[in-house]
Every structure is written in C-alpha cells, then in structure tokens.
Design a protein around this ligand. Structure first.
Ligand code: MEV
Length: 316
C-alpha cells in the first residue's frame, strides 16, 4: 500500500499578535506544500525521513521509542503524536518533502500534521472530512506546543483564505492576484518570546498598546472587506499600516524593517512582517515588479516568490 497526501503552507496576511487578544486575523494558503508519503515496510521499525531537513529516525512502532535519530527532533514530536492517535502498531515508512524551510513561520508543522493525518486515513482506507481533519490536526498542535490558534491547521486543511474572528473560522476562496515574496532571516522567529514581549508592553501601557491592538483589528477587518470586494491593489497600503503598528509594539527588528523597506522601494504594493516577528519572515505583496522585488531581497537575504493558492489538503 502506498498513500500520499499534501497540504499547503500559509502566510499570515493581517492580524498576528492582535489575534492573541481575540482580534481578527487573515491567513492565506500558498502554492508551497508539505508532502507525506506512506508505504508499508518489512522492517521492524517505523522509518521517518525528511531529506530536506536531514531528518532520519527509526521508531519502535509499539512503544514509539526513538531507536535511531539523525537531524533535529523538532518535527518528530508532531509525527509521533499523529501516529499515536491515527495509526495502529504496524511498522511503516514515512517520507516527507518540504518546499519551504522549516521554522520560518509559514506553518510547516501544521502542513505536515494535516498531510500525515490525511495520508494515514487513506492508508487505512478510511475517510475523514475536512472539518474533523482540521480539528484533529489542531489537537496535535495543542498537544505538542501547549498553545496554538486553529489558524494554521485550518488553512492547511481548507486552502484559500481563512478569516478568524471571535474563534469562528470563515473560509473564502478569493482570486487573489499577484505574488507574495517571502524573505527570511537565518534565525527563526521565537513565537513564545514575542507573544510574551507584547503582553508585557500591554501591561505597561494598557491604554496605548490596547489601542494599537484594537487598531490592528480594524486594519484586518478593512482588509477583509477589500479582499471580499476583489480590491487587492488596495491591501498593500493596509499591510504597510499593519507593519507600522507591529513595529510600534516592538515585534519588528532593524533587519526585518530593512527587508520591508527594501521591498517597498523595489516596487512592492505593501510589505510587513508575517508571524511572530523579532526575526523570521517578511512578506511583500506585488502585482507588478515581482522579479525586481524578489531580486532586491535576494541580493541580501534568503527569499522566494510564492502565490496564493485555493488548494487545501490533497490525496494524490
Ligand atoms: C505567530 O505565527 C502568530 C502570533 O499571532 C501568535 C499566535 O497567533 O499564536 C504571533
């Protein structure tokens, strides 16, 4: 038996950090995916490989003990939790491929978790609907991370655009034109640290930072209306406002802001950090000038071009 499934990575377009305080957020799926392939094996161990990150692990299929490990353990925690809840104790071979680096804030752990749960159901000839899949994947993220919003796993399951408001998830599939250029620092973002930094600022200046968080919420709502009306060229300006607000609460850095301004100077319609900030990734939205923006960013940082995608999880 050979079962293959893939799920998309995501970018947060608007509302990071403010979402922690129940403000709305917008995340979109991109055309970069995590792919999981499962085969039966005659070996005694379950073998897990992801060549893109140099991971090779052999697991005891009954006890889930790690018998051999090459590479970093991080993503293995998600895989083991999925196996415990969605597989029997037969040894299998799991191959994972990634189209974006792990840990740059584009939701690879959620994409792998969603694709693995889907591939395992298919392997066992079981059907899982998207609503259950999204919930199960979120449960895995909660178990491994302790805290997680349902945003990443929902985007990886459904694809398209997710508007998260008051814990309600709304799915829409607009035809977002143009490209998103992603640039990232060598050091990944530390979500826990940045979330706690914002919390401290809010405690210190409740009226000021509280108002900034409210304003980020209003920016997100306005962007949502513009996207629904198909006025994509207008979201760039809102991305710039969102970045300024994030900068004002201390989650940008001189390097991230340099990336953001380089992208704008090269012709991006808008640019901002995406995700937790401090370090990590920025996104630049381009309808024209995409190659100029990409090359400008690439001359100093790691960067790539990506597009909005309506595709969610797929069984191949
Ligand atoms: C991190 O990708 C996004 C944050 O808003 C944290 C969260 O929503 O859990 C900073």
């Amino acid at each position: 038996m050979h079962s293959v499934a893939s799920a998309p990575n995501k970018i947060i377009l608007f509302g990071e950090h403010a979402v922690v305080y129940k403000k709305p957020a917008i995340a979109v799926a991109i055309n970069k995916r995590a792919k999981v392939s499962i085969k039966n094996t005659k070996k005694d161990s379950t073998i897990i490989k992801c060549n893109d990150i140099g991971l090779h692990a052999n697991i005891n299929p009954k006890t889930y003990n790690i018998e051999f490990l090459e590479g970093k353990k991080g993503i293995l925690n998600y895989i083991l939790e999925v196996l415990k809840s969605h597989h029997d104790n037969s040894p299998i071979k799991i191959d994972i491929s990634l189209e974006v680096p792990l840990g740059i804030g584009l939701g690879s752990s959620a994409a792998i978790t969603v694709a693995l749960i889907a591939a395992l159901h298919n392997y066992h000839e079981k059907v899982i609907d998207k609503s259950s899949l999204s919930k199960k994947a979120h449960e895995i993220e909660l178990k491994v991370q302790g805290a997680a919003s349902p945003l990443d796993t929902a985007v990886s399951t459904y694809g398209g655009m997710i508007y998260l408001k008051d814990s309600n998830i709304e799915y829409i599939k607009p035809n977002i034109e143009g490209s998103f250029i992603v640039a990232y620092t060598p050091k990944p973002a530390d979500t826990k640290k940045m979330v706690s930094l914002v919390k401290k600022k809010l405690e210190k200046y409740p009226n000021i930072v509280g108002n900034i968080i409210d304003t980020i919420g209003n920016v997100t709502k306005t962007a949502y209306e513009l996207i629904k009306e198909g006025k994509f060229e207008k979201i760039g300006e809102l991305m710039n406002i969102n970045h300024g607000l994030l900068d004002s609460i201390g989650v940008s850095s001189s390097e991230l802001s340099q990336m953001v301004y380089s992208a704008r100077n090269a012709g991006a319609l808008g640019s901002k950090i995406t995700g937790a900030g401090g370090s990590g990734s920025i996104i630049a939205y381009c309808i024209n000038n995409e190659d100029k923006v990409l090359n400008t960013l690439k001359s100093q940082w790691d960067a790539f071009k990506t597009k909005f995608s309506k595709d969610g999880v797929i069984i191949h």
